[in-house]
Design a protein. Structure first.
Length: 275
């Protein structure tokens, strides 16, 4: 296997418990350069815990978390950032009243001058912000406008471009389309693909929406009650298959058959054909 195709991130049989509650049980996951790995699951499936481990917010209890083939145990998100792993959460780390360029460099401002005479290098930050947004295909006429005036989708895209500019090799996107309408969701999905295909970033797209996942995904992992219910590349999975697994898969079929067995003669379970 060449270095180009080797996983940036490899999780093998990762487990996490809180007291007597097993949140993740034997989860394995690979993330490769230039690919979108979609992680799907209902509420309580373990998605949040999984991304917290990958992003360095919590440590796993068992299993192996490897970056570039080296086993790691991150103690903080800064440790993950130092290895090029960045998370963009639903609650974006943006200050609505600050200009777009200030938000782009928030916490990493470029300065000029020395000692007590240091000041913000506004010109350079504006130029780099514009350059990075244009690279993602975003045109913003006025970088001085408050970022809060942008749409939800546009703010998501700015956060994605910012993460890539600051060295993200793996970009974790936590339900980026959950609170967006159709048009804005389309905007975000477009730039998820741009991040992977054009920037060569490995993307982990966390979502509960199989339609959005199937539009951009290269690989799909469905979690159910802390375990991997499905792990398949796009070529082996149709949208209908993905929706079936999201809905409960074999367990749902078993329930339907059990209900059919108990129904009075002549009645049928919704979704099944009449006798």
């Amino acid at each position: 296997m060449s270095d180009q195709s080797a996983p940036i991130i490899q999780l093998s049989n990762v487990c996490k418990s809180y007291g007597n509650i097993d949140v993740l049980r034997g989860v394995s996951l690979s993330v490769r350069r230039g690919e979108v790995t979609c992680v799907l699951g209902d509420n309580g499936a373990g998605k949040s815990t999984l991304i917290s481990i990958i992003a360095g917010l919590v440590r796993h209890d068992k299993g192996i978390y490897a970056v570039d083939g080296e086993a790691v145990e991150f103690g903080s998100p800064r440790d993950a950032l130092n290895r090029g792993i960045s998370a963009v959460y639903q609650t974006l780390a943006l200050v609505p009243l600050l200009p777009i360029w200030r938000n782009f460099f928030l916490g990493s401002e470029i300065k000029k001058g020395f000692g007590p005479f240091q000041r913000l290098d506004v010109k350079t930050m504006k130029e780099q912000t514009q350059e990075n947004l244009l690279r993602m295909g975003i045109r913003v006429p006025d970088l001085d406008r408050p970022i809060g005036t942008l749409s939800g989708g546009q703010r998501q895209v700015v956060a994605i471009a910012r993460a890539i500019h600051f060295g993200a090799r793996v970009l974790i996107l936590d339900e980026p389309t959950a609170a967006l309408g159709v048009t804005q969701s389309g905007l975000v999905l477009k730039y998820i693909v741009a991040a992977a295909r054009e920037q060569g970033t490995g993307v982990i797209f966390i979502t509960h929406n199989p339609h959005h996942a199937y539009m951009v995904g290269d690989h799909f992992v469905v979690l159910a009650r802390g375990e991997v219910e499905t792990d398949a590349p796009r070529a082996d999975l149709s949208l209908e298959d993905l929706m079936f697994h999201m809905a409960g898969g074999a367990g749902l079929d078993a329930l339907k058959h059990e209900l059919q067995r108990k129904m009075p003669a002549g009645e049928a379970v919704a979704g099944s054909s009449a006798a």
